[in-house]
Design a binder for this molecule. Structure first.
Ligand code: MLT
Length: 350
């Protein structure tokens, strides 16, 4: 026969069990969710996070709070996201840099994008453009290449840190053209774009959402979009093929990740909320107006993102090379133009 104290304990445990959520996944989310953005506010990742996060907040019935965590070309934020409790209350909008290219750029990267993260889903693909300050003395891509070659080591190139999309895609461009600029790092292409508009830097490779307004206003110059077809939001900007650099075709992507170990019902809830955001007409309109490509339903979801991350890590390895985290010139030394695989120059199939 149980003692009085044991009996009381049993009763208390029964009450606690009755008050507990019926199932972990059913109660989620019970409080706001933090979405970590690994770059500065106002840049392309931040824009997508805020647009998609707004709709997901409505669907989930809880606010998604954007937290911009800066440094290390997005790797500081991604390390923090990896270490967050795997309870669905911290997720990250990572991208082609943080969850693919950084693997080869940082031999001692604190996280493994495959082993340490649970994919939620792909959110958008982002065409890349080659841009210059508005008074840069080159009218088109051919003139840009000629000018850059005639001024070795003199041009300033803005980027968002080693491992960022702007760094990685311009690394590819510079390697193809044998350019050796002075790299100027920022905590995101939001602030890098301000420097380009202000004329403090000469050129940059950037994702489309961050560049449309500046091109339309004439505060920056666009030489080409690195996709096979022109962007509907920038119909006057030629493709790299049209402008005479057919080998430079590259498009970035961003996607939602949770720390590994996040319970499957919670992941499924988040995946569904993202899918609903990407199918919502008003959300789609906002993303399309910024030039983003929205993944079709078959390319959304956890498995598709897991496969994309694996293939993107391999795709960028030959381009970025190992051991070039210390300086841009050590990176460029690792890449010779004839090393560049055709696969690295193609847009990930959405
Ligand atoms: C940003 O949001 O600032 C960009 O994604 C940075 C980059 O990767 O170039």
């Amino acid at each position: 026969m149980p003692s009085k104290r044991t009996a009381l304990g049993i009763v208390a445990a029964s009450i606690a069990a009755a008050l507990a959520p019926a199932a972990f996944g059913e109660e989620y989310p019970a409080r706001p969710i933090t979405m970590i953005v690994p770059f500065a506010a106002g840049g392309p990742t931040d824009m997508v996070a805020r647009i998609v996060g707004e709709h997901m907040s409505k669907t989930l019935g809880r606010q998604i709070v954007i937290e911009n965590v800066l440094g290390g070309g997005g790797t500081a934020a991604t390390t923090r996201a990896m270490r967050a409790p795997a309870d669905g209350y911290t997720i990250e909008l990572g991208h082609m840099g943080t969850h693919a290219a950084a693997v080869a750029l940082y031999p001692h990267l604190a996280y493994d994008p495959v082993a340490d993260f649970a994919p939620i889903g792909l959110s958008a693909a982002m065409p890349i453009l080659l841009l210059a300050r508005k008074d840069f003395p080159a009218r088109d891509l051919g003139e840009f290449i000629a000018y850059a070659k005639a001024n070795p080591g003199r041009l300033n190139m803005a980027h968002a840190g080693v491992g960022s999309v702007s760094f990685t895609t311009c690394l590819l461009l510079n390697s193809m053209l044998n350019l050796n600029p002075i790299p100027v790092p920022y905590n995101g292409t939001g602030p890098a774009m301000n420097a380009l508009i202000g004329g403090q830097v000469d050129y940059m490779c950037d994702q489309i959402p961050n560049v449309v307004a500046g091109i339309v206003d004439g505060t920056i110059k666009a030489y080409a979009v690195a996709t096979p077809a022109r962007s509907p939001v920038l119909p006057d900007v030629p493709t790299t093929r049209e402008a005479g650099l057919p080998g430079f075709e590259v498009s970035a992507w961003n996607a939602l990740f949770a720390p590994k170990g996040t319970p499957k019902p919670i992941l499924d809830r988040l995946t569904l909320a993202l899918d609903q955001a990407l199918s919502d007409p008003a959300t789609r309109k906002r993303l399309l107006e910024l030039g983003c490509d929205i993944p079709p339903p078959a390319r959304r979801g956890q498995q598709a993102l897991a496969a994309l991350v694996r293939s993107e890590i391999e795709r960028w390895k030959p381009v970025t090379g190992a051991g070039c985290q210390n300086s841009y010139s050590s990176c460029t030394r690792n890449v010779r133009s004839n090393d560049l695989p055709a696969a690295a120059n193609s847009k990930p199939a959405l």
